[in-house]
Design a protein around this ligand. Sequence first.
Ligand SMILES: Nc1nc2c(ncn2[C@@H]2O[C@H](COP(=O)(O)OP(=O)(O)O)[C@@H](O)[C@H]2O)c(=O)[nH]1
Ligand SMILES: [Mg+2]
Length: 273
Amino acid sequence: MSSVLHTPASGQDPLMAPEYRPISSHLAITPPVSVVIPAMNEAENLPYVFKTLPGWIHEVVLVDGNSTDNTVEVARELWPEVKVVEQSGKGKGDALITGFEACTGDIIVMVDADGSADGHEIVSYVSALVSGADFAKGSRFANGGGTDDMTFIRKLGNWALCTVVNRKFGARYTDLCYGYNAFWRHCLDKIDLDCTGFEIETLINIRVVKAGLKVQEIPSYEYLRIHGTSNLRAVRDGLRVLKVILKERSNRRDLRRQVRHSPMLTTGQGESS
Ligand SMILES: Nc1nc2c(ncn2[C@@H]2O[C@H](COP(=O)(O)OP(=O)(O)O)[C@@H](O)[C@H]2O)c(=O)[nH]1
Ligand SMILES: [Mg+2]
């Protein structure tokens, strides 16, 4: 879907000239942007999702979670160049990790397939990345953000888990378990993801801080899932998130112990004591 708008000035080596894609009326960028969409039985929602995706994105990678409806056919109809990847394992985390591997863009944006995310916001995420951030983290609770899709219990759990992450890892997040995020592909080398379920966002959020990456929160509005019901179970998945937090804490303690015994090693930035 990429288009070349900027023609190189005469005398400029065309092989060296970057291709600029306009992403807003005031901004053109050179890095290709991949959008990853994990989808499990979302055929009815995909028309709403694809409708809001900007035409300047480089590719859409849809990771199908063995859907029993016609998710894949609908995606191909709506976006003929879509790259469909079948996940071999189970869970949203597994799907996203599979999708990240399939991306060829320099920037990767994570977008849910339930119609809760507005693709028009992608420009805000990408703008933050091309302006210097490594990780652009969506937040429903930053000024300008919001949600129609969280029950009171989910808000409470998210707030509590977010508070623990901020205290334990020296982060200053206003939201934790939110699926709309974007990052430079090089971040993947530093965060080495290994999880399967809905804890994926928390794992990413913790590891980017541990790796000392530059994080910028982007206010984001989460709309109601349009059709179907959430696959998330607040208590079961909340406990999985807590388990990841505790594991990342104990890994950090192990690393600190190693550093004490080996002065050549250093811990990542952004960690609180
Ligand atoms: N491929 C794949 N996608 C999944 C899986 N579980 C959830 N998703 C997708 O992840 C996104 C978020 O899931 P959802 O059920 O809406 O959870 P919620 O947003 O936390 O309520 C949706 O696009 C789902 O289709 C899975 O096991 N495999
Ligand atoms: Mg959802």
